[in-house]
Design a protein around this ligand. Structure first.
Ligand SMILES: [Ca+2]
Ligand SMILES: [Ca+2]
Ligand SMILES: [Ca+2]
Length: 451
């Protein structure tokens, strides 16, 4: 019968009536046996409100006693008709937006501190049913520390535990071991608090409502900032607010953020590292169900080629003279661009533009691109030092060691030097082109290869 949706009214009500009678009888027996009654409806004459919080100097409870969001002071989508501010109860007397409260004669038993609690007569508010309450803590200068979501009383009682602080950590060895440009180099965390990619700042992976940022000022002092994006701010135009001075430890920045800002987990995260305002590393977007989130940037390869001949022997022709590194990422000579003994999945390239500015490029070869036809992607401007070019490449791109490398120098589109195969188990690879190539069998015999 329970699965039958259509029941004749009379049968149904009679059955229901019967059940009620049985329950009343059971309750009567329970009362006789135990001597007390469990109320099924709000009968308490006193409020008992408890707000377990992480600290503050003032504690507030907003009471929407008529359950109508359109009456009283608007907060967290409720309309507060009464306010408990520390040990006093106030009645709302504003116009629906102003902060105006009138004192009441109600006597409130109040306990301050991390377990803030209030006890007072229900008749003080005249509420006849359970209703929404919003708890809030403020500091000594009346700044909001935490605001709860709307909570519902149960028989005029409420016991609420403030959620923990969010602790969001970003570890980047690369960031802290490189030279940090003030303001322009950053560690950032985009957070999609509603887990809706169509709202907030569009990072390409998530729709972020919040961005946490770390930078260093001209004096070397670390700072944390927060950006908050409105739902329709798809182009991320919101201005940042300064949070605090911050000193990183162990190559890690930790942002501690109130749950009032990020709401309850889960959130979706997207970590980025900026070098000179350019994104040079970005994590995959991932959801985390906790208040503690930690992300570490994977290691970065530093691949260097020193070539005295390139920088000192001849004038460098724009575009046509190059320094190249081929990388066999899968250690399989039969896949990728065929170069010497390697089958390269990647090539890193350096050249000068007509203005003499150094540029870096990267080529990605599919496994069947044996003749190396893939087009390059521009990586950025680069200024060589000590006749050396260093490419920095994330291991997320080419994978972890070991890797095989071949270094080449190209003159007027002809390969004029090709190194022996270099194998490495580390993330740092430095190759020195022999300065007296005439002594080696890699001599200046042009090896012409189509590019
Ligand atoms: Ca109201
Ligand atoms: Ca969103
Ligand atoms: Ca290969």
């Amino acid at each position: 019968m329970r699965t039958t949706r259509v029941l004749k009214g009379s049968i149904r009500s009679r059955r229901h009536h019967g059940k009620v009678m049985v329950r009343l009888l059971a309750l009567l027996i329970a009362v006789l046996l135990t001597g007390y009654v469990v109320h099924a409806s709000p009968l308490a004459t006193e409020y008992r409100l408890t707000f377990r919080n992480r600290g503050g100097a003032h504690w507030l409870a907003y009471l929407d006693t008529d359950g109508n969001a359109h009456t009283g002071y608007p907060i967290q989508s409720t309309g507060a008709d009464y306010l408990l501010l520390d040990d006093a109860l106030f009645r709302y007397s504003g116009d629906g937006s102003t902060w105006e409260w009138s004192p009441t004669a109600c006597i409130v038993s109040f306990q301050s501190g991390r377990v803030a609690s209030w006890q007072f007569a229900v008749s003080c508010t005249g509420a006849s049913t359970d209703h929404p309450v919003v708890f809030q803590s403020q500091n000594a200068s009346w700044a909001i520390v935490f605001t709860s979501p709307p909570l519902m009383t149960r028989n005029f009682a409420l016991d609420y535990q403030e959620p923990p602080l969010y602790s969001i950590a970003f570890t980047s060895h690369e960031f802290f071991t490189s030279t940090i440009d003030p303001f322009r180099d950053r560690l950032e965390v985009f957070i999609d608090t509603d887990q809706d990619p169509s709202t907030g700042c569009d990072t390409g992976k998530i729709g972020a409502e919040v961005l946490l940022s770390f930078y260093v000022d001209a004096d070397g002092q670390g700072h944390q900032e927060i950006y908050r994006y409105a739902a329709d701010d798809r182009s991320c135009s919101a201005t940042g607010e300064w949070l605090r001075v911050y000193s990183p430890k162990d190559d890690t920045v930790v942002w501690e953020i109130s749950s009032a800002i990020l709401r309850d987990p889960p959130n979706t995260y997207h970590f980025q590292r900026l070098d000179d305002w350019t994104v040079v590393y970005e994590s995959e977007a991932f959801a985390d169900p906790d208040h503690t989130v930690a992300h570490a940037e994977p290691p970065v390869y530093h691949i260097s080629l020193t070539s005295y001949p390139y920088f000192t022997l001849f004038p460098v022709d724009a575009f046509k003279d190059r320094l190249d590194v081929y990388i066999d990422a899968d250690l399989d000579p039969s896949t990728g661009c065929e170069v010497g003994t390697l089958g390269a999945e990647f090539r890193l390239s350096y050249y000068e533009d007509p203005d003499g500015r150094g540029q870096q490029e990267m080529y990605v070869y599919p496994s069947d691109d044996r003749t190396c036809t893939a087009s390059g992607q521009w990586l950025g401007e680069y200024t060589p030092q000590n006749n050396t070019v260093t490419w920095k490449v994330s291991s997320t791109l080419i994978g972890d060691p070991p890797k095989w490398f071949v270094f080449e120098r190209v003159n007027d589109w002809n390969v004029v030097y090709s190194s022996p195969e270099v194998q490495t188990d580390g993330y740092t690879v430095h190759f020195f082109e022999p300065t007296a190539p005439y002594f080696t069998h890699h001599a200046y015999v042009p090896v012409v290869r189509t590019r």
